[in-house]
Ligand binder design. Structure first.
Ligand code: NDP
Length: 308
């Protein structure tokens, strides 16, 4: 039986692996469904302490992983597809390659996934004009109109970034009021390339092999039209990757964020700990995820020591 398994290798999981490996627990880390976590989809990270010139998100995650491997952590690029969790352990995990693994303690650092619009055309055209990462894909859309879906800070940030390439950026938001902070909204409103479509719903993403437009319902005038564009960037927030653990008895809030006790990493099941974006509806920052990963490893180490 493994002493500790960590699910997720973003900043939370990989930092937990450094701490667990240095404590001699020989952690096994499963990369989860977004290997490296969402940070690998951003460009430069300028607010992680210790990097005055910024650091590429992917490089940062890989450096944390190399640091953990140096102390003996093992990383596997398979997913955990189901879990059977027992108070105090052992916990049984099913791996995507068919294996089952038993562990005394488990750290869930599975992160969060971008929310989808769930409209016709979205899945079919994903990667063919539909994207959830302007930093990754924005440069492909030079001098053409693009759409950003959402009304939060991410939507404003993505739209502003896309003005570097696109001829015009259409922000489509389902309500008549933005969720974004005033400062971000003002920046977007002032930009000559950005046009707002408030109280509007995207009902379909259209195009044969690539995106050619969105079908948009203007709720104010009850009017539907096709807005031509070459790409749709969804910036709709994130959903925590907690379903299989919830199904196995882990408590979450209504949005699916794993509930942790009293500023610790302890979940409702003894021996199961959570760290990073899957239990953080509020901050969602790499540095905070890394810190919570350290806390989870220390909590797991104490749990093992107390049981021995
Ligand atoms: P948010 O949850 O804040 O916003 C998501 C937006 O998407 C909302 O406007 C929401 O609409 C809309 N939305 C969600 N689901 C759907 C759907 N199915 N169809 C249509 N619209 C939908 O997420 P963000 O990623 O924007 O921000 C998350 C956190 O990160 C926030 O705290 C934010 O402040 C922070 N952040 C800060 C930045 C900065 O300061 N530079 C940059 C980016 C993020 P509705 O409003 O109607 O719910």
């Amino acid at each position: 039986m493994e002493k500790i398994v960590i699910i997720g290798n973003g900043p939370a999981g990989a930092t937990a692996a450094i701490y667990a490996a240095r404590a001699g627990l020989k952690p096994i880390v499963f990369a989860g469904n977004v290997p490296g976590g969402l940070l690998t989809q951003t460009g430069d990270v300028e607010n992680f302490p210790g990097f005055p010139n910024g650091i590429n998100g992917f490089d940062l995650v890989m450096d944390i992983q190399f640091q953990a491997e140096k102390f003996g952590a093992m990383f596997e690029y398979e997913e955990i597809t189901s879990a059977k969790l027992s108070p105090g352990g052992p916990h049984t995990l099913t791996v995507s390659d068919g294996r089952t693994i038993e562990c005394r303690t488990l750290i869930i650092a599975a992160g969060a996934a971008p929310r989808r619009l769930d409209v016709p055309g979205e899945e079919r055209l994903y990667g063919k004009g539909v994207s959830s990462c302007a930093t990754c894909d924005g440069a492909f859309y030079k001098d053409v109109p693009v759409v950003v879906a959402g009304g939060g800070d991410s939507a404003m940030e993505e739209a502003l970034f896309l003005t570097r390439f696109a001829s015009e950026v259409h922000i489509i938001h389902r309500r008549d009021e933005l969720r974004a902070s005033l400062i971000m909204a003002e920046r977007a409103k002032k930009h000559p390339k950005i046009k707002f479509h408030l109280n509007c719903l995207i009902t379909e993403i259209v195009g044969d092999n690539t995106v050619s437009g969105v079908r948009m319902l203007d709720k104010t005038f009850d009017k539907e039209e096709i807005l031509p564009c070459s790409a749709v960037f969804t910036a709709l927030g994130h959903t925590p990757c907690s379903k299989i653990f919830k199904d196995a008895g882990i408590e979450t809030d209504v949005s699916g964020f794993i509930t942790v006790k009293n500023n610790s990493s302890l979940t409702n099941i003894p021996g199961v700990f959570a760290a990073g974006d899957c239990c953080d509806p509020r901050y969602r920052q790499a540095v905070i995820a890394a810190g919570s990963g350290a806390k989870a490893a220390m909590d797991a180490e104490k749990f093992i020591a107390d049981a021995e």
